[in-house]
Design a protein around this ligand. Structure first.
Ligand SMILES: Cc1cc2nc3c(=O)[nH]c(=O)nc-3n(C[C@H](O)[C@H](O)[C@H](O)COP(=O)(O)OP(=O)(O)OC[C@H]3O[C@@H](n4cnc5c(N)ncnc54)[C@H](O)[C@@H]3O)c2cc1C
Length: 411
């Protein structure tokens, strides 16, 4: 009986969370898998995500969870159907690591780190037979449709039975995901929305030298922010040389970026004392201040000082300080127009990428049958809180299922 030659392995390009997850599903299904990454080691951004505490997913109810993916909630819901936050926690536990829910509802591995998880995971993938090739940079396709890869041993040309691109977005490019793939896909008829910063800082039209010198890097604690007519969000931000950043700014970054794209600026309002109603702030300011300076009055009546008071002085005219009603109004809704997002290279994640209409439900490119995409390189965005990694893992699994169905049809 003639023996069939060993099939060439499925190629996965990009060994971040989405590519690694696809490799797991495919190898468990008995497929030969070769994983290629441009960097000297795998999962570099995943490891960095673990530096400040690896927030792997979120414990909130499914309905609000999927709502975190904005316009792409329906798309993300498809992937999460197959692998939701609870499944992700069980998967982490299957690697021998416990998880816990923090006070904000965010889920972390008990030791908060990414490195032990990645180590255990990569060891398991190798045991399952996944070949991992680092320092292999994909450079697109040649005229014959072969994958072109630069490797330490020279250029490779591959025709795998199916390919997964899991190349990430464009934030923190020194960790490997540099967005270089955008024109290569666009030239082949794949609809790609430009990669833009998400979960990022924003710039104002220039702080004064005084504010920069004395307060750049200072936290603005217990504040709330929002755009006019939208709900205010509470939390903490940081004054930077150029503007504002921090968790509260990241949470609003999608709407801030969109406002800037549409109107040239985002008319951000900051409530410096969200716990105090306007009437109470006004009443406090109306108390006689005698010979005390305005700075002392703000401090003694409202505990407003430091970076918060400096921001107030930065944004308001002298006249406003003489009028308690206007000043109270400004303390509760201080206009702080933002003019641009910080560059995508500094952002936690990116928005944009391969558009949904260019993909099948199994995440295969309609323009390039046999080529699939997963992870942050798809056109969705989400705030921090574990939603990014969850969608990367879940879309990696979805693409792997799509590849298995494609391979089965091809046989
Ligand atoms: C500082 C920071 C903290 C974060 N913290 C969290 C967090 O706590 N929780 C959370 O949910 N998310 C967090 N994220 C986001 C999360 O890490 C990413 O969304 C996730 O890593 C994206 O996974 P991915 O597999 O799509 O892409 P990536 O992790 O970016 O992996 C893509 C891989 O593709 C490789 N690659 C790219 N181009 C090529 C090429 N041409 N040839 C070969 N290989 C290539 C890259 O080297 C890389 O290894 C954080 C991100 C940052 C920057």
């Amino acid at each position: 009986m003639p023996t069939r030659p060993n099939p060439s392995p499925i190629a996965i390009i990009g060994a971040g969370p989405s590519g690694l997850m696809a490799a797991e599903v495919l190898s468990q299904a008995g497929q030969a898998v070769a994983l290629y990454d441009a960097m000297p080691s795998v999962g570099r951004k995943f490891l960095l995500a673990g530096v400040g505490g690896m927030n792997i997913t979120h414990s909130e109810a499914k309905r609000s969870f999927v709502g975190r993916y904005y316009e792409q909630a329906g798309w993300a819901a498809d992937w999460l159907e197959g692998f939701d936050a609870q499944a992700l926690r069980s998967w982490v536990e299957g690697l021998g690591l416990a998880t816990f829910i923090g006070s904000s509802g965010r889920v972390f591995p008990t030791d908060m780190k990414a490195a032990p998880l990645l180590r255990a995971w990569v060891a398991r993938l190798r045991e399952q037979g996944v070949q991992i090739h680092t320092r292999h940079r994909w450079r697109g396709w040649d005229e014959q449709g072969r994958l072109m890869l630069d490797s330490p041993l020279g250029e490779l040309r591959l025709i795998p039975p199916a390919t997964l691109l899991a190349l990430g977005g464009a934030s923190w490019p020194r960790l490997g995901s540099d967005g270089a793939w955008q024109p290569w896909l666009a030239q082949r008829g794949v609809p790609v929305a430009a990669l833009r910063p998400a979960n990022c800082g924003f710039e104002v039209d220039g702080w004064s030298e005084l504010l920069k010198r004395k307060f750049a890097g200072s936290p603005l604690k217990n504040i709330a922010m929002g755009l006019p007519g939208q709900p205010m969000h509470s939390g903490e931000a940081i004054l930077t040389e150029q503007g504002l950043e921090g968790s509260l700014v990241y949470a609003l970054s999608a709407s801030l970026r969109r406002a800037i794209e549409q109107h040239g600026h985002a008319p951000l309002l900051i409530d410096l004392l969200p716990q105090q109603p306007l009437g109470k702030v006004r009443a406090a300011l109306e108390k006689p201040r005698g010979s005390r300076s305005m700075a002392k009055h703000l401090h003694s009546q409202l505990r407003l000082d430091g970076a918060k008071a400096a921001l107030l002085h930065e944004q308001l005219s002298k006249g406003t300080f003489e009028d308690p009603a206007r000043l109270a109004q400004a303390i509760k809704a201080l206009p702080c127009p933002l003019v641009r997002a910080r560059p995508v290279e500094e952002a936690i994640s990116s928005a944009g990428g391969v558009c949904r209409e260019g993909l099948t439900d199994g995440l295969m490119l309609r323009a390039l049958p046999g080529v699939f995409c997963a992870g942050e390189m798809l056109d969705w965005e989400a705030p921090t809180g574990g939603y990014l990694l969850t969608a990367c893992f879940a879309s990696g699994r979805q693409a792997a299922q799509g590849m298995l169905a494609y391979m089965a049809d091809a046989c």
